[in-house]
Design a protein around this ligand. Structure first.
Ligand code: G4P
Length: 289
């Protein structure tokens, strides 16, 4: 499967983040609540642990995620040293408004004008970093133009008198260890797919939906799920929507596109692609391979 996941500029983003880590107090790592570990860059944890910086893991897009899975992920992360999880959606201003106080509670020695709390926001592309930054800064946008640390690719922004945000461009990792992570990221639009692999991604999504959310499939498309596999799900979407190519065959390409679009928009329902348990099982299977 050919997924482009490490464009050149991400190498320089990694270097910048490594350098910056020394001068910040807290990392805010934005994850996609539907696939927290698949959307987590292992480099972030490695970098912050090296400097012993705490992390606020934002489980963003909870409006699209399965609430039970999100609760399980929160418990999972909160049990880890130096980690606090915050499930939220940038769509709710009240969720965003809680972040500054939460951040300060994780680095209480900072947050006075002489010692502002310095936060670095990190995360892979498409998890909602820019949306979050904009929502946070809406309160008081003050770009500090003459800061020496400001570079073309990295911004330093004052959230208030006591809090500085350092933004880094989207950061990915050089190698996705498990193919299922690549498929989850593609399903959720964090990485691009071409038409050929869109079908593969939709089959994978179909398998997860069958296993965990068959009732949502039936409710959305009106077919029974017994005896189907991921390919069968996509074919059933084609059958129900009347997607056929010349000769009467199912138009699998079109159905794959629709299934993925419906998942991404939340039209099928609130769906999480992984839970702490399913993650552990995948890791174990991958280790044995
Ligand atoms: P990035 O900086 O990390 O790359 O992400 P960005 O803020 O650009 O957000 C990526 C997409 O996710 C945007 O949609 C944005 O509106 C959406 N998004 C951000 N936060 C939330 C959230 O809490 N809930 C939901 N449902 N969506 C959120 P987009 O531009 O339409 O992109 P796409 O979704 O079509 O890929």
């Amino acid at each position: 499967m050919s997924i482009q996941w490490f464009p050149g500029h991400m190498n320089s983003a990694k270097k910048q983040a490594e350098e910056q880590m020394e001068f910040i107090d807290l990392v805010i790592e934005v994850l996609d609540a539907r696939l927290p570990e698949a959307s987590c860059n292992p480099l972030v944890d490695r970098m912050r642990q090296f400097r012993q910086r705490p992390v606020l893991k934002i489980l963003n897009k909870i409006d699209l995620a399965d609430p039970a899975a999100t609760a399980a992920w929160k418990a999972y992360y909160d049990a880890r040293p130096g980690v606090t999880a915050y499930p939220m959606t940038t769509k709710k201003p009240a969720d965003v408004a809680r972040i500054p106080a939460l951040a300060l509670s994780l680095a209480p020695h900072r947050g006075v004008p002489t010692k502002p709390l310095r936060i670095m926001i990190m995360g892979i592309p498409n998890v909602g970093k820019s949306t979050l930054m904009n929502a946070l800064l809406k309160k008081r946008v003050a770009k500090v133009g003459d800061e020496p640390a400001v570079t073309k690719t990295q911004q330093k922004l004052y959230l208030d008198k006591h809090t500085v945000l350092v933004d880094t461009p989207g950061l990915m990792w050089p190698k996705i260890e498990m193919p299922s992570d690549g498929l989850m990221l593609a399903a959720s639009h964090a990485i691009g797919t071409n038409a050929l692999i869109e079908e593969e991604v939709a089959f994978f999504l179909g398998d997860i939906l069958l296993e965990r959310y068959p009732q949502l499939l039936t409710a959305r498309y009106g077919f029974k799920t017994e005896g189907l596999d991921g390919i069968g799900v996509v074919e059933q979407v084609a059958a129900r929507r009347g997607f056929r190519v010349r000769g009467g065959e199912f138009d699998v390409e079109k159905a794959a596109h629709v299934l993925l679009h419906d998942y991404r928009s939340g039209a099928i329902g609130r769906i999480s692609l992984e839970t702490p348990e399913s993650r552990a099982a995948r890791l174990e299977a991958h280790r044995i391979e």
